[in-house]
Design a binder for this molecule. Structure first.
Ligand SMILES: Cc1cc2nc3c(=O)[nH]c(=O)nc-3n(C[C@H](O)[C@H](O)[C@H](O)COP(=O)(O)OP(=O)(O)OC[C@H]3O[C@@H](n4cnc5c(N)ncnc54)[C@H](O)[C@@H]3O)c2cc1C
Ligand code: SF4
Length: 326
């Protein structure tokens, strides 16, 4: 591990000053410390933000939810409001990592986590994300777990977060505080596709702090849920996943919010699937026809062609579960 200095801040002003000076925020430390041990990350200054007042979950005026960046994954998953309003969020969290990690890890840290691509974490391998211009060992290497959507010639790594898939589906917004004040970014624009610059992963400016993630109010009744398909039943990242929320009134689907995980370089919103559902009556044939659109535009690699079919089946199954025709 490279030498670094450590400072603990007690208010946002101190945090922003330290961030502007090049300090790296640390919350639960469950992923940043790993990367520092592996020398993938080499920050010179760590700014411990766990003393900031960002640990609340509040209901917005319109009936949405704001989850503080420092709320732990287990607190968010157990929160009554989250569980009753957006089960897709609590399910995605409960299917993530392990209980011990969820007790330490925060919502802000979760959406900021970096890819699990093994070449990224192996400092002897070529990796454009870790070392721009060095190449991508995964393109012609072992790429079974890599992305089939949103890839580029520079990088094919997936974004590993589960709850980010739920946030993308629900069209959440990320609230940021920086030296120039506050701003909001739609969740689907917050995480960046690799393009030719895979080292740029989030729409964060220097020193900006995530303060909350806001989930907008959605019409009631809203049924939602998360399905995660992986190589083993616990403590594993997704091969594919589906976050689904449906508002059905008078026997007709009025709103559909769908996103997939484990398949995209970012959580993958599925507008073609959503459009196929809206205005229709729930049925087995509808789920199957809508899910056919889930892999539109997919560019599978040598070892992950299976993800195309697996993705469609994952989405179809979760539509059936949430839509209530199982
Ligand atoms: C073995 C293992 C298995 C895992 N399995 C899963 C899984 O199945 N699903 C899943 O979703 N995740 C999984 N994870 C990832 C885990 O959820 C993350 O490690 C955790 O959420 C990160 O949160 P943290 O608070 O510890 O972040 P930290 O490690 O403290 O920080 C991570 C990054 O976020 C930045 N950051 C943190 N807070 C802020 C903020 N408020 N504003 C700006 N930047 C900030 C830090 O600078 C750093 O770059 C796993 C992790 C491990 C180690
Ligand atoms: S897929 Fe991305 S993270 Fe993995 S080796 Fe290639 S450039 Fe690096």
């Amino acid at each position: 591990m490279h030498p670094f200095s450590y400072t603990r801040v007690s208010n946002t002003r101190e945090a922003l000053d330290a961030g502007r000076g090049g300090g790296r925020y640390i919350a639960g430390g469950t992923t940043l410390v790993d990367l520092m041990r592996e020398t993938v990350e080499r920050p010179e200054t760590l700014v411990d933000i766990t003393g900031l007042p960002l640990s609340e979950i509040t209901v917005t005026e319109r009936g949405g939810l704001r989850i503080g960046a420092l709320v732990t994954m287990s607190e968010a998953a157990a929160n009554r409001k989250v569980r009753t309003t957006y089960p897709v969020v609590s399910e995605a969290l409960e299917l993530s990592a392990s209980a011990q990690l969820r007790n330490m890890a925060t919502i802000g840290g979760n959406i900021m986590q970096r890819t699990r691509c093994t070449y990224f974490r192996d400092v002897t391998a070529d990796c454009n994300k870790r070392e721009p211009g060095s190449g991508c060992a995964a393109l012609h290497g072992v790429n079974r777990t890599h992305a089939i959507l949103g890839t580029s010639d520079a990088c094919v790594a997936t974004h590993p977060s589960d709850v980010a898939v739920a946030f993308a589906a629900l069209e959440a917004r990320v609230h940021l505080l920086g030296p120039d004040g506050t701003r909001q970014v739609p969740f689907v624009d917050f995480l960046l596709r690799p393009g030719s610059t895979p080292q740029h992963e989030q729409a964060l400016r220097r020193g900006e702090l995530i303060t909350t993630v806001e989930i907008p109010a959605l019409p009631r009744p809203l049924r939602s849920g998360y399905l995660k398909v992986r190589d083993r039943q616990s403590y594993e990242f997704a091969l594919t996943s589906a976050a689904v929320a449906l508002h059905v009134r008078g026997g007709v689907i009025r709103q559909a919010k769908v996103a997939a995980g484990g398949v995209g370089t970012v959580p993958w919103k599925l507008p073609a699937v959503e459009q196929h559902l809206v205005g229709e009556r729930p049925s087995e044939s509808l789920w199957a026809a809508a899910a056919e659109r889930a892999a539109d535009g997919a560019r599978p690699l040598q070892h992950n062609r299976f993800k195309v079919e697996l993705l469609k089946r994952t989405v179809e199954r979760q539509l059936r579960v949430v839509g209530g025709t199982k």
